[in-house]
Write a protein that binds this ligand. Structure first.
Ligand code: UDP
Ligand code: MG
Length: 319
């Protein structure tokens, strides 16, 4: 029997957290009674710098039941870092960690199946969503575009996988060697190798509250994903440069020919058009190069990706 820990990132989840905890308690107790997982299995919540009552509720939840533990980060470090901090904290206490969202959009009835695959010898099991019940069109379109862009830019990604995942402690140990500040787990983990498989689940609507992934956060995740996995945008800029250079030579020859043939001053179109064209390409290119320089800048600082403020250990409630 394996010891399985669950890790759930929470950011301003006061409306769902209690509900989630009671559903997880029921499931974990059932799995422990059925001897699917060991009695030492636990559930850890990571409070990602919430500004509502999430932490107070978590303290209450942990006090009531030794199954639960909680980690509080000192500030909002983002979903990816919250998951990472949880996994790093528990990795030596368990055989495998399953990460899932605190709003339980990730169907928890799939958990026994994750454990089964782990027992079959898979080090990483990716949850892949079948359908997005009750989801806004906007989210679906932006999500699909993101996967397509990522694939075009050459990153290995599992389509429709959103951090609902089982990782063995061995795989997490390997992950701890990746020290980059711009963390994109969905790209890093498939690139690590290990024996892995996918598992389909039905995506549920949010229990309560609203999405904590604002458009800004989504764009940041997408930009991180693309620029931390591929230098293809930079290569495309070089290609654009070559193309613009060839075009400018053609324009030069054309201008000379017109000048020699008719002796007139060439029209403004042939001057104005390349100015706009080249100006546009230059700005775009600068932007992309700047994006990478920004990444290098952040990486050279070697700042911690998250800071743990408080920890309530599971099963240690009297302390
Ligand atoms: N989350 C987090 N930090 C953030 C944003 C979100 O820890 O800065 C958590 C959030 O509490 C939830 C999970 O990440 O458990 C997924 O977020 P959400 O459900 O809001 O995203 P969606 O399902 O709408 O993509
Ligand atoms: Mg959600």
């Amino acid at each position: 029997m394996k010891t399985i820990y669950l890790v759930l990132p929470c950011y301003n989840e006061e409306l769902v957290i209690k509900d989630s905890a009671s559903k997880l308690k029921e499931l974990m107790q059932k799995l422990i009674n059925e001897k699917t997982i060991s009695e030492q299995s636990k559930v850890y919540f990571v409070n990602d710098g919430s500004c509502d009552r999430t932490w107070e509720l978590l303290e209450e939840i942990c006090r009531e039941n030794g199954l639960f533990g909680a980690i509080s980060l000192s500030a909002n470090c983002g979903h990816q870092n919250a998951i990472l901090s949880g996994m790093m904290y528990v990795k030596d206490e368990c055989d495998a960690v399953i990460t899932l969202d605190a709003d339980l959009q990730h169907d928890i009835t799939a958990i026994p199946e994750f454990v089964k695959r782990f027992n079959e010898g898979y080090e990483i099991v990716y949850g892949v969503r079948k359908s997005r019940e009750g989801e806004r069109k906007f989210k679906k379109i932006t999500g699909d575009t993101f996967y397509t862009v990522m694939q075009l830019s050459g990153a290995k990604l599992i389509r429709n996988h959103a951090d609902y995942r089982l990782m063995s402690s061995k795989a997490i140990q390997a992950l701890s060697g990746y020290e980059e500040a711009n963390l994109f787990l969905r790209g890093i983990i498939p690139s690590m190798g290990f024996k892995s498989t996918t598992l389909e689940y039905q995506e549920k609507p949010r229990l309560a509250g609203e999405s904590k992934y604002s458009l800004k956060k989504m764009l940041k995740l997408a930009a991180d994903g693309i620029t931390s996995f591929s230098i293809r945008p930079l290569q495309m800029i070089s290609l654009c440069g070559v193309f613009a250079f060839i075009l400018s030579i053609i324009m030069l020859i054309y201008a000379l020919v017109v000048y020699l043939e008719s002796g007139t001053v060439p029209g403004w179109t042939s001057i104005v058009a390349p100015i706009w064209f080249l100006g546009g390409i230059q700005l775009l290119s600068l932007g992309v190069v700047g994006e990478y320089i920004g990444k290098i800048y952040m990486e050279t600082k070697h700042r911690p990706r998250y800071i743990v403020d408080q920890v309530i250990k599971a099963g240690n409630q009297e302390l």
